[in-house]
Design a protein around this ligand. Structure first.
Ligand SMILES: Nc1ncnc2c1ncn2[C@@H]1O[C@H](COP(=O)(O)OP(=O)(O)O)[C@@H](O)[C@H]1O
Ligand SMILES: [Mg+2]
Length: 250
């Protein structure tokens, strides 16, 4: 293999022959895929196709029953979402993992709170740092929120999605997975998410964008992967296929 070829094929995540059963349901039936660096991949398919199951394995929520996941070419066994985050894989769900009764600043740092030493030698939360960094993180994703102290429960769906995105970008994720992020968003907010997915490559982030709206996928992705009944049934560059062709295989 030449160096040039090696460079061209250097996926950030590869999955090999993944199988997953939920008691009687065979939800993934041998899924193999490569996710290249800095590409946005749209993952489509009908309800029950296995999209969320695949994502749950990549985000550390479930272990595959068979097959393996490689990150940067190395096999990994993730035992929870924290392991995925440590690998640089961040997932944003439709109902994302924000705590409504906590501030924007606290939500940005959930699970990664900066500590400063107290006189008893115990770590105490560095509130000033969380506030300052969250103001910067939110500005970086072009989100306009009044204060980092506002409760997440007071934000609109789109704003919450924005905070989740700011969190992923602030912690320099390599891979950002968005599972149906535009459900329940207004047209304006949806366009913002689409614009954001488009901008990921420039920020050197691989995006995996799950949507049942083919127009959204074609508007912001480089590649489309379609799943049906636990299998990959189509995998094409966006420029080499059409919405009609994808619909035909679903
Ligand atoms: N926690 C679960 N327990 C049992 N069956 C599940 C569970 N999650 C998903 N399934 C089943 O697995 C299959 C794939 O579901 P899912 O991955 O959610 O598909 P999608 O996200 O494409 O709609 C479906 O038949 C679904 O009913
Ligand atoms: Mg799903």
């Amino acid at each position: 293999m030449t160096d040039a070829f090696r460079k061209a094929k250097d996926p950030v995540i590869s999955v090999r022959n993944l199988h997953k059963w939920y008691s009687g349901v065979h939800a993934l039936r041998g899924v193999s895929l490569d996710f290249e660096r800095n590409e946005a991949v749209g993952l489509v398919g009908d309800n029950g196709a296995g999209k969320s199951t695949l994502i749950s394995i990549l985000s550390g929520l479930h272990a595959p029953d068979e097959g393996e996941v490689l990150v940067d070419g190395r096999p990994v066994r993730m035992k929870g979402p924290r392991d995925a985050m440590d690998q640089g894989i961040e997932t944003i769900y439709q109902y994302n993992s924000m705590v409504p009764s906590m501030s924007i600043a606290r939500n940005l740092f959930i699970g990664r709170e900066p500590l400063k030493a107290s006189f008893l030698g115990l770590g105490i939360l560095d509130e000033a740092r969380m506030r300052a960094e969250s103001v910067a993180a939110i500005a970086d994703v072009d989100l306009h929120l009044r204060s980092p102290d506002a409760m997440v429960g007071e934000l609109s769906g789109g704003q919450r999605q924005g905070v989740a995105i700011a969190r992923a970008m602030h912690f320099k994720s390599k891979v950002l997975i968005l599972d149906e992020p535009t459900n329940h968003l207004s047209v304006k907010e949806t366009n913002k998410v689409i614009g954001f997915v488009k901008s990921l490559a420039a920020q050197k982030v691989t995006g995996i964008f799950i949507s049942h709206n083919m127009h959204h996928v074609f508007a912001c992705c480089d590649r489309v992967v379609a799943m049906a009944q636990g299998r990959v049934v189509l995998d094409r560059r966006i420029g080499e296929t059409s919405i009609e062709e994808v619909h035909e295989v679903l």
